[in-house]
Ligand binder design. Structure first.
Ligand code: MSP
Length: 517
């Protein structure tokens, strides 16, 4: 287990999503990476950490230039428009990002130029000539031995078409970093997660690294190379730099610079190589600290099929939110598939989980307890008495839950965190059935009050730890539980709510979805 966890000091916490290409509108894959980052950002804030959460858009390069031309627009006007749709997605998904960076901003061009100068001064950059294969869709160079052939056409291993490129180019001496990278991975066993992905990266680096072309001359849409404006920077060097631009680079006196190095970069498995090989090599060469961890998640398929525009099965996150509500969608995406694995999106699985786990398990438990307090105790919270052995069966696991969730989230094991939460939800349901508070009203009203108080305490823990996953619904649940705004952090759980607090009348938190489709 220790090999999977990120050791970070208490205090500041910096996390990022990939910056998204603005060649097309956002889909479920984009929403997914940012959602995982958002939940961790919110969790770290609940822990009381000083958090900086960054997302944004990747706006330069041939792919975006081409998309703009296809739309009959100037690249800047085009990127303004598409970048806006990613900003809207962040709002609609409830993301709590502290900044939204665009690589066409001046601050970013300045950071790219400064990083370039540092690499050049360090002697890691030289001018040469590139001749080889390039996939615009991936914005990546490929060696001839990496290509596959389909129907007589050469393709990148990702399936992207490749073209032969021949042009003057600046190079980064990546080949000189092979040994140092391998040593770095060994000294930082948590740098790449999950472990299977780490092994793939190690094998790739061991097989030998070529110098990397880091400028292009056959098109114009990019950051000009300092001192050589015929060249624009390779879009991945430009894009990766966003992570330091946003915290003030090159101004290391900027108050935000305290956030560097990043605690975690979230990426999809397809872009791990850029983050786990090129990025630390650039940073080490420039004498800048390396990030602590890169987590590569898997890919979603749709009802068993690869998601692609040509198949017409792209999942629109906004349509899902409209149909099912934001929080149920957020819950499902992180509950259904172990983070790191590929997963299949199916309506049946979505509706099944929402009905059984949200509406039945959690929703009914909350509703039963709150209705009993309303009806039998005049809507007032009873006193917290010393727990009996029976109460301990519920309160022991409930009180231990925050630590269990924290441990899972520090490994980015969202599905495990949620499974731990649902163990307590299910325990709550079986415990209330065993204690039967409804039949204690006449026989032992004192015990009834104590039972309801224990259930209330368990619900408070559940709603508190679930806030990062379902912010709006858990805010409503905490309102119904009478937990005030200043009482919703993890630390606040140690302080019992005062006896007699008035609770508002309960209302259902989740709706059941009737759908046979
Ligand atoms: N611009 C680069 C990242 C630069 S970061 C310095 C890029 N952009 S992207 O828009 O193409 O993809 C962004 C993310 O979406 C990637 O992490 C990718 O893995 C993710 N996804 C794209 N399709 C996906 C699925 N079908 N499923 C899950 N995530 C997927 O790459």
């Amino acid at each position: 287990m220790s090999g999977e966890s990120a050791a970070a000091p208490a205090g500041r916490f910096y996390l990022t999503t990939p910056i998204y290409y603005v060649n097309d509108k956002p889909h479920i894959g984009h929403a997914y990476t940012s959602l995982a980052a958002d939940v961790l950002a919110r969790w770290k804030r609940l822990e009381g950490r000083d958090v900086f959460f960054l997302t944004g858009t990747d706006e330069h390069g041939q792919k975006v230039e081409k998309a703009a031309a296809d739309a009959g627009m100037e690249p800047q006007a085009f990127t303004d428009r598409v970048s806006g749709s990613f900003r809207d997605l962040a709002v609609r998904m409830g993301f709590s990002n502290d900044d939204f960076i665009r690589t066409t901003e001046e601050r970013h061009k300045r950071a790219c130029a400064a990083l370039w100068e540092r690499l050049k001064a360090a002697g890691d950059i030289y001018l040469g000539h590139y001749e080889g294969w390039y996939a615009v869709r991936d914005e990546a160079f490929y060696g001839p031995d990496e290509l596959i052939e389909k129907d007589g056409i050469k393709l990148a291993p990702t399936g992207a078409p490749v073209e032969w490129v021949r042009e003057p180019s600046w190079f980064f001496r990546l080949s000189a970093w092979e040994e140092r990278l391998l040593r770095f991975y060994e000294e930082h066993p948590d740098f790449i997660a999950p472990t299977t992905r780490r092994n793939e990266v190690l094998a790739f680096v061991r097989s030998g690294l070529q110098d990397l072309s880091i400028s292009r001359t056959s098109f114009r849409w990019g950051v000009p190379v300092p001192g050589d404006p015929e060249h624009v920077m390779y879009v991945w060097l430009d894009a990766l730099t966003n992570y330091i631009t946003a915290v003030g680079y090159p101004d290391e006196g900027d108050p935000l610079w305290r956030f560097w190095p990043a605690d975690i970069h979230f990426v999809g498995k397809d872009i791990l190589r850029f983050h786990a090989i090129y990025w630390p090599a650039f940073l080490m060469a420039a004498g800048i600290e390396t990030p602590r961890r890169i987590f590569a998640h898997g890919w979603w398929t749709n009802e068993g099929q690869k998601i692609s525009k040509s198949l017409g099965n792209v999942i629109d996150p906004l349509a899902l939110i409209d149909e099912f509500g934001l929080d149920p969608v957020r819950f499902f995406l992180l509950r259904e598939v172990p983070f790191g694995n590929d997963g299949d999106f199916s309506r049946r699985a979505l509706i099944g989980r929402l009905n059984s786990e949200l509406a039945n398990d959690l929703g009914n438990l909350a509703n039963r307890v709150l209705s009993l307090i309303q009806r039998n105790l005049d809507g007032r919270l009873p006193a917290a008495e010393a727990p009996t052995e029976a109460d301990q069966q519920l309160l022991g696991p409930a009180d231990a839950l925050p630590a269990g969730v924290a441990e899972a989230l520090d490994r980015q094991a969202y599905h495990e965190a949620l499974e731990r939460v649902w163990q307590v939800v299910r325990l709550g349901n079986s415990w209330i059935d065993g204690q039967k508070p409804w039949s204690l009203k006449k026989t032992d009203p004192v015990r009834m009050a104590a039972v309801l108080r224990s259930l209330h305490q368990a619900l408070r823990v559940l709603a508190t730890v679930l806030q990062p996953f379902m912010p709006a619904t858990m805010a409503a649940m905490l309102d119904q539980l009478g937990v005030e705004a200043g009482e919703r952090s993890l630390a606040a759980l140690a302080v019992p709510l005062p006896e007699g607090r008035a609770l508002p009348p309960p209302a259902p938190l989740f709706r059941k979805i009737e759908d046979a489709a």
